[in-house]
Design a protein. Structure first.
Length: 322
């Protein structure tokens, strides 16, 4: 009886950690998006920069904390699994509900960098580890992504000024409240991520489930909840560009920043499990190709992609459980 009660407490605290991440992400997003929009930056760029950085904080915090606490399988599974969840589940839902035309100027480079990051990461991890020096190539891709976003933002803001567009005016009190919400969101994300690592690992131990499986399922989906919340909100408000920009940006950060940072923290080489090289990374590449290649070639997302991405994600979950 005591074991059941203890398990119930672990599950409750795990869910509380998820709740803190979701609420913290909500506050963080609200503050970050408002601040970005007040500067006059377009929605797709906001989604690909400020929003994606905000929604990637849980994955970064969970993976780094996992490495520091010796939970390497959970950390790696979370980083890779979050990308697959972002594309297969979240982008699949978005495209299924809002198949949309994309702005090639804003989309093409970011999509290529995302697919390039996934391909480079798969090659580097093939030998069962991610060495620090080769992983610097991933950081180069991340730097190119940031440079491209800065260029796009400057170009769009210059076009707005030339067209006579005005930025959102705000009172001093409004600015302070949004910055306060931003700070509270970060706090909630950090605390929630710590709880997710602690009680996710405990759940894996008690249920006899490998930490790598927990990492690419419960923890990966849990840390992707901010992206899911953003996508659902975007669907309701018919803001497809914000949702797509957020998901593409979050994936580039997950693929090119998190694991190189984890490799550095782990002492110069991050151990990569067989499941990650044999299943998780190939699955990530497949869903990435299905999601990004049609809009790169045809200039739009199609509803059939939504069905295909969701079917691939379900198939991936089934393979994990068998």
């Amino acid at each position: 009886m005591g074991r059941v009660v203890n398990l119930a407490v672990v599950i409750l605290l795990f869910l509380l950690g998820l709740g803190l991440i979701v609420k913290g992400g909500d506050w963080f997003l609200d503050g970050a998006v408002w601040i970005a929009e007040a500067s006059g930056i377009p929605r797709f760029i906001v989604g690909a920069t400020v929003v994606s950085l905000a929604t990637t904080l849980p994955e970064l915090t969970v993976s780094v904390t996992g490495v520091l606490e010796g939970e390497v399988d959970l950390a790696v599974g979370n980083a890779v699994g979050s990308v697959t969840a972002n594309i297969g589940l979240i982008l699949g839902i978005s495209v299924l509900c809002i198949p949309s035309v994309i702005d090639r100027k804003q989309f093409t480079v970011k999509a290529i960098l995302m697919l390039g990051g996934a391909t480079v990461l798969t090659i580097l991890c093939w030998g069962g580890s991610l060495p620090l020096v080769p992983s610097l190539l991933l950081l180069v891709i991340f730097a190119l992504y940031l440079v491209n976003n800065v260029y796009d933002a400057k170009r769009s803001m210059a076009a707005d000024r030339a067209g006579g567009s005005r930025r959102r005016a705000a009172s001093h009190q409004k600015v302070l409240s949004k910055i306060g919400m931003f700070a509270l969101g970060v706090t909630g994300i950090i605390i929630g991520s710590q709880m997710l690592i602690d009680y996710g690992s405990e759940l894996a131990l008690r249920l006899g489930v490998p930490a790598s499986i927990i990492g690419v399922t419960l923890v990966a989906i849990g840390t992707s909840l901010p992206e899911l919340v953003t996508t659902v909100t975007a669907i309701i408000k018919k803001e497809a560009s914000m949702s797509i920009g957020n998901i593409v940006g979050a994936n580039v950060i997950d693929l090119t920043l998190i694991l190189p940072v984890c490799s550095a923290i782990s002492g110069g080489s991050l151990a990569i499990g067989r499941q990650t090289t044999a299943l998780d990374l190939p699955a990530c590449l497949v869903v990435g190709a299905v999601a990004m290649l049609p809009p790169l070639l045809m200039g739009r997302f199609y509803r059939w992609q939504g069905f295909a991405l969701l079917a691939l994600y379900v198939g991936y979950m089934i393979l994990l459980m068998t």
